[in-house]
Design a protein around this ligand. Structure first.
Ligand code: IMP
Ligand code: MG
Length: 195
């Protein structure tokens, strides 16, 4: 286990079992329909790539990049960095895939955006759901695991850009959180000084 991780919440075996279950649900829901899996970068890249390899029916893959302002543990205003091309959205059945459904702002904003751009249907699939943190109304159509109100990292989930590569999901030690936050702030200050 990484020294900054206090405890493992989901190990590789548990993750595999959860993804198998969700993949089966998604397969049943889209059997006989064309659909596009849209991975929300960066956090969902690992979940989305494991998920699609367990879905045996035809699908297309696209990416959207969205991020909250700020790098702490609180999500702020959403910024959409890029979207798929219009012809990848219009008239398509879209399955938005994210690492975690927290306040719900990311999914709410992107779902509305894809519908406004002419998607036929938009469903959502999340690796983790933290229902206790919801700030806007949003229910995921597919979800691998529910988690309590804890800041978690690994399997795509980051803190200040780190820990995405851990193969399990764990809770960060508070002292590691403080140290990484300090170093992220220092590099931002250094960057600002150079520009
Ligand atoms: P929402 O827009 O508040 O639902 O937040 C979704 C985004 O917040 C996710 O895609 C994550 O990037 C980030 N996030 C929320 N909770 C956590 C967490 O516990 N660990 C890491 N990232 C998180
Ligand atoms: Mg993130």
């Amino acid at each position: 286990m990484h020294e900054d991780v206090e405890c493992v919440l989901l190990d590789e075996e548990a993750i595999r079992a959860g993804i198998d279950r969700v993949a089966e649900e998604v397969t049943k829901a889209y059997e006989g329909k064309d659909f596009t899996v849209v991975s929300i970068l960066k956090g969902s890249c690992i979940f989305a790539s494991d998920l699609i390899r367990r879905i045996p029916i035809p699908l297309e893959l696209a990416f959207v990049s969205a991020s909250s302002y700020g790098s702490g543990t609180e999500s702020g205003k959403l910024k959409v960095n890029f979207l798929p091309a219009g012809n990848e959205i219009e008239g398509r059945n879209i399955l938005l895939v994210d690492d975690i459904l927290d306040t719900g702002r990311t999914m709410r904003t992107l779902k509305d955006e894809f519908l406004a751009l002419g998607a036929s249907t938009v469903k959502s699939c999340v690796f983790l759901d933290k229902p206790s943190r919801r700030a806007v109304e949003f229910d995921a159509d597919f979800c691998a695991f529910e988690v309590e109100d804890l800041f978690v990292v690994g399997y795509g989930l980051d803190f200040a850009g780190r820990y995405r590569n851990l193969p399990y999901v764990g809770a960060l030690r508070p002292e590691a959180q403080a140290r990484v936050a300090r170093s992220a702030e220092q590099s931002l200050t250094a960057q600002a000084a150079r520009s």
